[in-house]
Write a protein that binds this ligand. Structure first.
Ligand code: ASP
Length: 586
C-alpha cells in the first residue's frame, strides 16, 4: 500500500499503529537530536519525527529535505509530549523508521501556508502551488459540494442534465463573442456560447420539459472586479410554467443550498421587489438588503428656497444613517470625497445632523428654516443622533446610482454588511428594453427571447420603452446570483421583438431563423433561469472576488499567466486556417 492513512486522519486512539503516509514537506525544524517534519496533503498536516539517537543515518537523510519535497514515511503513531491544539492531528506524531524521497522540489517561489508571502501575480503564475494552500483548496471543495447539491436537488425535481455544444454560431445581441476559426470551412468562425439560451429553448421544443446544465459560458467583456471571461452557470429551463412556478422552484434550490452548505434554514419566502421600486428606493437593480437605509425623495420639501443646487436639480434624495450624527467633520469630508470620485461622479454632498434636542443642523442652514428642516427630518423618520446625507443632480437615474454607492459605503462603515448575514430577494418586473446611447436604439434588457408582460404587450407598438417583462433576478447581499425569464414561444411575437430591436426581417431570419422556425412546430410555453455558480460559491465562502473559487482563473486583463494565454499562433497554424493578420498596433 502506498499509504495507509492520509495526513489528516490519525488521532490519539491510533497510538501504537504502524502507518505509512505520503505528502509534501511543509516545514522542517531541528531541535536537539530530533528533526520534525510537518507533512501535508489535501486532508491535513501530521508531524513526523526523526530521532538521531535511534537512527542517525535516517535523521541525516531527513535533515536534507526541503520545503515541498514529496516523501513517503513509515513509522509508529505516538502521543506527542508537546500537543498542538490548533490542528486535529495535533495530539500525535509519527516516529519515523523509514523515509523515501518520491520527488525533490526546488525552493517554492512563495511559502505554501495559510498565510503566504506570495503576491497575487506570483500566486497566479504558480497557481498549482497556490492550490496546495488550505484556504484556496477549501474553496474548491465547497464548489464541489455545491455542484453535488445542485445536481441532487434538480434531479429530485425531474430535471435532465443535457450538454449543449461549445462550438456554436456567433450572435449579434448581448456581449462580444469569443470566436474560433474553422479550418474545414475557411473564412468561417464558430463562437463560444455566451449562454446556451437558444439551445435550451430548443430542448423545450424537443419535449425535454425540464433541463439543466452546469456549463461554461464565455463573454468577451472588459473585465470588472467580479467578472471572468469564462464562468460557470447553473443553466435551467422548464416547460408549461409561469413565472411563479420558476421562482418557487429556484427559491427552493437556494434554500436547499443554504441549508445543506451553510446550515442556515431560511423559512420565510424571499421578498419580491419590482424593479421600479428597487431603482427608486435603492438606486440599483441589485439592492443589498442586509440593511434598509432606503432613499427618501426630497424634491417637494427642499426645492424653492434659493439654494440653486437643489432648485435646478432633477432629483434630490437622501439616506438616513442611524446613529451617525457623531461623525466628525473629517469623516463627513471623507464621504464627500468618496461621492466625488470620478467613478461615482457626484458634484457634492449635503448633510444634516439631528441634534439631541431634536433640532436639525445642516450644511445648508442659511437657505432653510428649522421648520423646513423638521419636515425633512419627518420624511426620514429621523431621530436624535441620526445623520442625513443628501445628493442631487440633473439626471435622476444617475443621481440615484450615486446615492446607491453612498448608501453601500455607509452600510459598510456602520458594519451593516456582515458577510455571515444573508439577505435574499427577487427583483421582478424588469423593463423589457433599455436605451443604448452607444447603439442609438432600444436593446433587450435581459435578452430578446424574454416575454413581455401580457398586460403590456399592446404598448409594444405605442410605447415600447414602458413595456415590462416577465423577467426576474435573484439578488443576495447586493450580488445578482441569477436571473431568467418567461420566454416568447410564438414565432410572430419573436419576429416583432427583433423588429423593435432594429433587425430587418432578413437579418432576424439569418441570425435566429432556426429558433423562429422551431416555434412553428408546436413550441410549449416555457421559461427558465441561470444561476452564476462562481458567485454563489464566493458568496458562501465569503470571498471578495469570484477568482478565488476558480481553479485556474484569468487575471484582470483576461490573461492566464500560468499558461501564458492568449498567445500568438505560429505561421503554420495560421496558414492551415487561411488567416492573415493585419494588426493595427504592431
Ligand atoms: N441565459 C440567461 C443568462 O445567461 C439566463 C436565462 O435567461 O436563463 O443571463
Amino acid at each position: 500500500m502506498f499509504r495507509t492513512n492520509t495526513c489528516g486522519e490519525l488521532r490519539l486512539e491510533n497510538a501504537g499503529q504502524k502507518v505509512t503516509l505520503a505528502g509534501w514537506v511543509q516545514r522542517i525544524r531541528k531541535m536537539g537530536g530530533m528533526t520534525f517534519v510537518d507533512l501535508r496533503d489535501r486532508y491535513g498536516i501530521t508531524q513526523v519525527v526523526f530521532n538521531n539517537e535511534i537512527d542517525a543515518p535516517l535523521c541525516e537523510k531527513a535533515n536534507k529535505l526541503g520545503r515541498e519535497f514529496v516523501i513517503q514515511v513509515t513509522g509508529t503513531v505516538s502521543e506527542r509530549s508537546n500537543k498542538n491544539k490548533n490542528i486535529p492531528t495535533g495530539e500525535i506524531e509519527i516516529v519515523a523508521d523509514s523515509l523515501r524521497i518520491l520527488n525533490p522540489s526546488e525552493v517554492p517561489p512563495f511559502t505554501i501556508e495559510d498565510d503566504t508571502d506570495g503576491g497575487d501575480d506570483l500566486r497566479m503564475k504558480y497557481r498549482y502551488l497556490d492550490l496546495r494552500r488550505t484556504p484556496v483548496r477549501k474553496n474548491l471543495e465547497l464548489r464541489h459540494r455545491m455542484t453535488m447539491e445542485v445536481r441532487r436537488y434538480l434531479d429530485s425535481k425531474g430535471f435532465l442534465e443535457i450538454e449543449t455544444p461549445m462550438l456554436v454560431g456567433s450572435t449579434p445581441e448581448g456581449a462580444r463573442d469569443f470566436v474560433v476559426p474553422s479550418r474545414m470551412n475557411p473564412g468561417q468562425f464558430y463562437a463560444l456560447p455566451q449562454s446556451p439560451q437558444t439551445l435550451k429553448q430548443l430542448l423545450m421544443v424537443s419535449g425535454m420539459d425540464r433541463y439543466f446544465q452546469i456549463v461554461k459560458c464565455f463573454r468577451d467583456e472588459d473585465l470588472r472586479a467580479d467578472r471572468q471571461p469564462e464562468f460557470t452557470q447553473i443553466d435551467c429551463e422548464m416547460s408549461y410554467v409561469e413565472q411563479d412556478d420558476i421562482i418557487n422552484l429556484f427559491e427552493g434550490m437556494a434554500k436547499h443550498l443554504f441549508k445543506t452548505i451553510r446550515g442556515i434554514e431560511l423559512t420565510e419566502p424571499f421578498i419580491r421587489m419590482p424593479w421600479a421600486d428597487a431603482m427608486k428606493y435603492y438606486g440599483s437593480d441589485k439592492p443589498d438588503m442586509r440593511f434598509d437605509m432606503r432613499f427618501v425623495e426630497l424634491m417637494d420639501i427642499l426645492k424653492g428656497y434659493g439654494f440653486s443646487v437643489f432648485d435646478d436639480a432633477a432629483y434630490i434624495g437622501g439616506i438616513c444613517a442611524k446613529g451617525a450624527a457623531s461623525y466628525t467633520r473629517k469623516q463627513i469630508d471623507q464621504l464627500t470625497e468618496f461621492v466625488k470620485r470620478p467613478q461615482i461622479g457626484a458634484k457634492g454632498m449635503v448633510y444634516a445632523r439631528v441634534e439631541p434636542d431634536g433640532t436639525v443642523k445642516s450644511s445648508v442652514d442659511k437657505f432653510y428654516s428649522q421648520e423646513v428642516l423638521q419636515k425633512m427630518k419627518e420624511a426620514f423618520n429621523a431621530e436624535p443622533g441620526d445623520l442625513i446625507l443628501i445628493l442631487s443632480g440633473d439626471d435622476a437615474m444617475k443621481t440615484r446610482k450615486q446615492l446607491c454607492e453612498l448608501r453601500l459605503e455607509m452600510g459598510s462603515r456602520l458594519g451593516l454588511r456582515d458577510k455571515d448575514k444573508f439577505a435574499c430577494l427577487w427583483v421582478v418586473d424588469f423593463p423589457m428594453f433599455e436605451w443604448s446611447d452607444e447603439e442609438q436604439r432600444l436593446m433587450a434588457m435581459h435578452h430578446p427571447f424574454t416575454h413581455p408582460k401580457d398586460e403590456d404587450i399592446a404598448m409594444l407598438d405605442t410605447d415600447p420603452a414602458s413595456v415590462r417583462a416577465d423577467a426576474y433576478d435573484m439578488v443576495i447581499n447586493g450580488v445578482e446570483v441569477g436571473g431568467g425569464s418567461i420566454r416568447i414561444h410564438d414565432s410572430k411575437l419573436q419576429a416583432k421583438m427583433f423588429e423593435i430591436l432594429g433587425f430587418t426581417p432578413e437579418k432576424a431570419q439569418e441570425q435566429f431563423g432556426f429558433l423562429m422556425n422551431a416555434f412553428k412546430f408546436g413550441a410549449p410555453p416555457h421559461g427558465g433561469l441561470a444561476y452564476g455558480l462562481d458567485r454563489w460559491v464566493s458568496l458562501f465562502a465569503g470571498l471578495d472576488s469570484i477568482r478565488d473559487c476558480i481553479a485556474f482563473p484569468k487575471n484582470n486583463s483576461g490573461r492566464d499567466v500560468m499558461l501564458d494565454a492568449p498567445a500568438a499562433l505560429d505561421q503554420k497554424q495560421l496558414d492551415e486556417l487561411q488567416l492573415a493578420l493585419d494588426l493595427k498596433d504592431k
